[in-house]
Design a protein around this ligand. Sequence first.
Ligand code: SF4
Ligand code: ZN
Length: 315
Amino acid sequence: MKCRTCGSKAVINMRQHKLALCKPHFLEWLPAQTERFIKKYEMFTRYEKVLVAVSGGKDSLSLWNILIKLGYQADGIYISLGIGEEGGYSDLSRQLCEDFSLDRNQQLHIVDVKKEFGETIPQFAQRTRRGKNKACSVCGLTKRHVMNQVAQKFGYDVLVTGHNLDDEAAVLFGNTLHWAGEFMLRQAPVLPATPGLTRKGKPLCRFYEKEMAAYAILSDIDYIYEECPYSIGSTSIYYKHQMNLLEHDNPGEKSHFYLRFLRAKDNGLFAPPEIIKQDLHECSNCGQPTSGKDVCSFCRMLEQGNEHLERSQVN
Ligand code: SF4
Ligand code: ZN
């Protein structure tokens, strides 16, 4: 297989794009495409302050690397979840993010969930009343809360995450199976800012997972290979597997599924855009926007935890 640009030996063959590239041309192509998506979906400009959520994984560290290379003002945020033993998943991923920021002389905000809110994600998950996939549900809620809090506090214009096409297609697949219309309305490459909520963007949403893995490896990015222990057996991994089966028989299927969804949404298939407004007000505890009655779901989760702690101290 030969590189389409220069004819030398290709290192990657992207069947879905009918494109094979050598290492130098692939490492040029991916950031250039990222730039194209940032502009196409009007995610942010070079004059704006970007906060990149990094987990230590290949996608988020690659995203940070690309944004720095493209000349954006991009700082990082790492949220220490307290998952795994000492020196395990959380400690290792934190170390990789710290090393990455030091090597490139970039600012990294670190928020330790236990220090900040009293308990780690596994501890919160143990006693929450949330349903299946408790750890992920508590974790998602916490990450959203903390990321927005830091973005608002330090005046970032946009918060970006490393979600790739496989992530987006799997979420869409799950939402379609359950006709979760409300979630589908909010799934987009960019979500504009609303009072109290920073704009969110996903610059990698059109890249396949294997393209991102190739980019991280070929760029010598030191990332955590280990998956979070709570991701094993999760529904999102099951949906990714199903999407991969479709993709295997029909290269490009995953991408079409996602892109046609975006187009259908733009054309008002789900609801005219003006209906998508939510009735939000400030949480009486933390002040972040919520659609809940009084306090936001994050603060409710913390309250549940405190009630539980008080009960167990009495008993
Ligand atoms: Fe959090 Fe679940 Fe992701 Fe682990 S797999 S980092 S618990 S959301
Ligand atoms: Zn709150």
